[in-house]
Write a protein that binds this ligand. Structure first.
Ligand SMILES: O=C(O)CCC(=O)C(=O)O
Length: 358
């Protein structure tokens, strides 16, 4: 498989469609009935993903530290998702990061078009995932950029506007790398492994980190489409900064969709496919999707913490016993992520395809 091709059809910016004032969405955004959001979600208002105070990790009381470590492990085993508060990233930096991206998406179209992306690296301003001609598209635009490893970071691909955008995003991403490093230790300890196990399996200092900022414009027919189709994240771990007052993220649990209600200045953390593989499915990479809103736009920043692209990722040997054989075949992340780059979001079909033959 290679990803060197251009987009199969001319790119249409969803934001332009939305701002044109149309009252019916074009057919190519209309999802098949089984994929559409159902408005009366049964779980709405009753259940939410776990909310964890990560401040406990820094407590002087060992019992509090242990309890917090345990809660993270439980959330990753049972839910694959949790919201984190007191995570160490300054609230004003979080707000500023979201705001500079919102300002970017409200720049004149000709400025944004200067950053138009291609499916070769996806870096820049985009409006579709996957290169299948005639595919049904999602109701969103996005901006994708690489941060680590340093040789993949191309400052010319980072927006030069609005003013201070680059400094804010640089600082924000630096903080998220630190937070990710802390969480990787917690995840390793909860598996009974050396605290550096997962970080080393990802490549030690040489990990990958990238950011996709999603922009979900207002949608006149939100019941017929999705802002982002159901998928599990192909990478290691995702730290999402959701829109503080516009819900949209839904997590699949027991066949139902649960809408996440963002807590103030919380991050939504979720396990990606690579950690599911390394943990031999002790931690779960869970399907999620995004619904859109008729009256409000939504901005979210998804930070992906990934293994180095050329390392083989396979279940940790210390987790393998005769009763728990390895569930997945080894694969590098570079090979793995081509799937989503070519096909776009497809539920959990990719990690399923890695399963060892029985
Ligand atoms: O916008 C959101 O809340 C989720 C975004 C997401 O799942 C992604 O970017 O992979």
């Amino acid at each position: 498989m290679n990803c060197s091709q251009e987009w199969p059809e001319p790119i249409i910016r969803v934001q332009s469609l939305s701002e044109s004032g149309l009252n019916k969405i074009p057919d190519r955004y209309v999802k098949p009935p089984t994929e559409r959001p159902v408005s009366a979600g049964e779980e709405e208002g009753k259940v939410d993903i776990p909310l964890i105070d990560l401040g406990g990790l820094f407590s002087a009381d060992p019992a509090t530290v242990q309890m917090t470590v345990g809660r993270v492990g439980e959330a990753c085993r049972e839910w694959g998702f949790f919201q984190a508060v007191n995570h160490g990233v300054r609230p004003d930096l979080m707000d500023r990061a979201r705001e500079v991206w919102r300002e970017f998406f409200h720049l004149p179209m000709e400025v944004k078009q200067g950053y138009a992306n291609s499916p070769r690296t996806y870096e820049g301003y985009g409006s579709r995932l996957g290169v299948e001609k005639g595919a049904i598209l999602d109701w969103s635009d996005y901006y994708f950029l690489h941060y680590l490893p340093p040789n993949l970071k191309d400052c010319d691909k980072w927006p030069a506007q609005p003013p201070h955008h680059r400094e804010v995003i640089e600082e924000y991403l630096g903080e998220l790398v630190k937070l990710s490093g802390r969480l990787m230790k917690v995840l390793s300890i909860n598996l009974g492994l050396d605290e550096d196990y997962l970080q080393n399996a990802f490549g030690g200092e040489d990990i990958g980190a990238c950011l996709r900022t999603n922009f979900y414009p207002k949608c006149p027919q939100p019941d017929l489409t999705l802002g982002l189709s159901s998928h599990s994240d192909p990478g290691g771990m995702t730290i999402l900064l959701p829109d503080h007052d516009v819900p949209g993220l839904q997590v699949r649990r027991d066949g139902k969709w649960i809408t996440v209600r963002p807590a103030p200045h919380a991050f939504v953390v979720n396990i990606g496919d690579q950690i599911q593989v390394l943990s031999n499915a002790i931690y779960k990479s869970i399907e999620h999707r995004v619904i859109v809103n008729p009256n409000l736009e939504r901005v979210s920043l998804a930070f992906f913490y990934n293994p180095r692209g050329d390392i083989l990722i396979e279940p940790a040997k210390d987790l393998i016993t005769p009763e728990n054989p390895p569930l997945y075949l080894p694969m590098t992340f570079n090979e793995y992520r081509l799937f989503i780059r070519l096909k776009g979001p497809r539920g959990k079909s990719q990690v399923e395809s890695l399963k060892c033959p029985k």
